[in-house]
Structure formats: C-alpha cells, structure tokens
Write a protein that binds this ligand. Structure first.
Ligand code: AMP
Ligand code: FE
Ligand code: FE
Ligand code: ZN
Length: 282
C-alpha cells in the first residue's frame, strides 16, 4: 500500500512527522511520502521514524504555485518527490512563499480580529516554530476561541476566497516551479489537478504546458476528484505519457481524508524513484 501525499505538523497536518509515519505503518502503508506545504523541515524526524517502524519513505513537499490560465492565474499544488532540499532556486521560492504565507495569515487574523475574538498569539499557539502557516491554523485558532466547531466549518464560512477575510499569498509560476523541481533533481507531480471544489480547474492546455516543462505525473486518484474528473485526467496522462498516482492527502485529524484511502501502483513508485535525486528510504 503506497500513499504519496500526506501532511504533518511541519505544515497543516495534525500529527508530528514521527507520529504520521507511525500512523501510516499501523494502517498497513508500506511506502509513505511526507509532502508538507512548501517545506522539507519534517524530513529528518520522518526518516528516523520510518527506520523505527520499517516502512519506506519518499521525502517530498507540496509546492504552491500559480498556473497561467486563460483570463487570470489559478492556484495549483505540485508534489515534488526526492529532490535536493538545498537546491537554491527551489529553496528561494519556497522560502518566499512561506514568508508571504505568514504575512498573509497576519492580515487575515487582523481582519478576523475586527469581528471575532482572535489574535496573532492565538494563531501562534496552534503552530510549532518553523511550521508553514496556512488557513487551517487560522481555523484552529477560531475553533480554540469557540467561534466555529471545526476546520470544515471555518473553511465553509469565513476562510473561503471571496469573503472579506480572505487574503491570497505569493506563489511561483507553475511552469517555473516544475522547472525548479526538476533542476533540484526532483520528480514533479500535479496534485489534485481536477479538484473543482477549491475553485477553477486548469484546462488541458495548462497540463500540456506543464508536461512540456518537465511534469512527471498527475495525481488522478484523490478524494476531491469525481469519477468524471478521474477519467478525464487518466486520458490526459495517457496521451501525454505522464505517470498516474493516487494518494490520500492525509492531514491527521484536520481533514476527513483517511490514510491509504487512495494509493499508487508499485511500478509508478519505481518510476518516481528512478527519476529522483534522492533514494527512497527503506
Ligand atoms: P492555504 O494553503 O492557507 O490556502 O489553505 C489551504 C489548505 O487548507 C489546503 O492545503 C488544505 O489542506 C486545507 N483545507 C482546505 N479545505 C479544508 C477543509 N474543509 N478542512 C480542513 N482543511 C482544509
Ligand atoms: Fe493542506
Ligand atoms: Fe494540495
Ligand atoms: Zn496536500
């Protein structure tokens, strides 16, 4: 059972990297990827835990990016697997994204603080130092303040784009991000490319553009994809010769996604391992 998309407390998951690996091992996962948003800071702890619990570990990250689509840009996520975490171009981009995520969260908390009892200190109480800050942490602060029941309720109400509290954040251009992941020796896979609940889905032409820039695969099997979306993406992957992955996008208690609910075929993991600069830890 291979699950190549999960989050820890290094970003917006609720399990520490060590605990995430333990949860995966206990659920019968044989190879896990840790893919926190815009950071690799969970890697050492996850690697240590993978050794202890004897499961394979793919070191990865989920890179925020903006795809040029007709009319305006669309926020997208790229899974990067087995890249050199010190490569300067990718590191500079993810650092810039993380910095701006923090400023953006400050702005959102300021706006929310005008109507609800939350402050920046309440948000900091929900994160460890070095965490990539996202809206889920703002949601946690709202839950702690008794404003909403859970992250889902916060996302369905005040954290949605379009509300007066929503603020966007910096992210690199998606073509440049694919190139930066490849330059760092990583394997770029487009995360949940057909998840329309989050907003607009990119057209085929954007996927073609990313494939020409070096995209390795599409995450087809994901909870946020309808059967129609999966068929469409499988067809595109076939015609562009892209790998097809499936994964849970597990965030611990922070989301409904269950570890291993979607999985990736062993041949696909092998292809990723062949293309990546780092070893899969076993
Ligand atoms: P951000 O990265 O700050 O824009 O926040 C988006 C993140 O929030 C995504 O990566 C998801 O992991 C998470 N998210 C989106 N919707 C929900 C939800 N309904 N419940 C919990 N987490 C969510
Ligand atoms: Fe997330
Ligand atoms: Fe994502
Ligand atoms: Zn994710």
């Amino acid at each position: 059972m291979i699950d190549l998309h999960t989050h820890s407390t290094a970003s917006d998951g609720t399990d520490s990297p060590a605990r995430l690996v333990e949860v995966a091992a206990r659920a019968g996962i044989t190879t896990l990827a840790i893919t926190d948003h815009d950071t690799t800071s969970g890697w050492p702890e996850a690697a240590e835990s993978a050794g202890r619990f004897q499961i394979g570990l793919v070191r990865g990250a989920e890179i925020s990016a903006i795809a040029r689509t007709p009319g305006w840009g669309t926020g997208v996520h790229l899974l990067a697997y087995l890249h050199d975490p010190t490569h300067p171009d990718l590191l500079a981009e993810t650092e810039r994204t993380r910095d701006d995520r923090t400023s953006r969260a400050r702005r959102m908390v300021d706006l929310l603080g005008q109507d609800y009892p939350i402050t920046w200190d309440d948000l900091l109480a929900q994160t460890k130092s070095g965490t990539t800050i996202g809206r889920p942490h703002i949601a946690d602060a709202l839950v702690a303040a008794g404003v909403v029941q859970d992250r889902d309720e916060a996302f369905a109400t005040m954290l949605r784009p379009g509300t007066r509290y929503y603020v966007g954040h910096y992210a690199p251009d998606a073509v440049a991000a694919v190139q930066a992941v490849r330059a760092a020796g990583g394997v770029p896979v487009f995360a949940h490319p057909g998840a329309d609940a989050r907003g607009r889905v990119v057209p085929d032409s954007t996927i073609e553009e990313l494939a020409a820039a070096g995209l390795a695969g599409l995450e087809v099997d994901h909870r946020d994809h309808t059967p129609d979306a999966r068929r469409r993406l499988r067809d595109i992957a076939g015609s562009l010769d892209l790998l097809v992955t499936g994964s849970s996008d597990f965030h611990g208690a922070g989301k409904r996604n269950l570890i291993g609910e979607n999985t990736t075929e062993p041949e696909v993991l092998e292809a990723i391992a062949e293309q990546g600069a780092l070893e899969v830890l076993r």
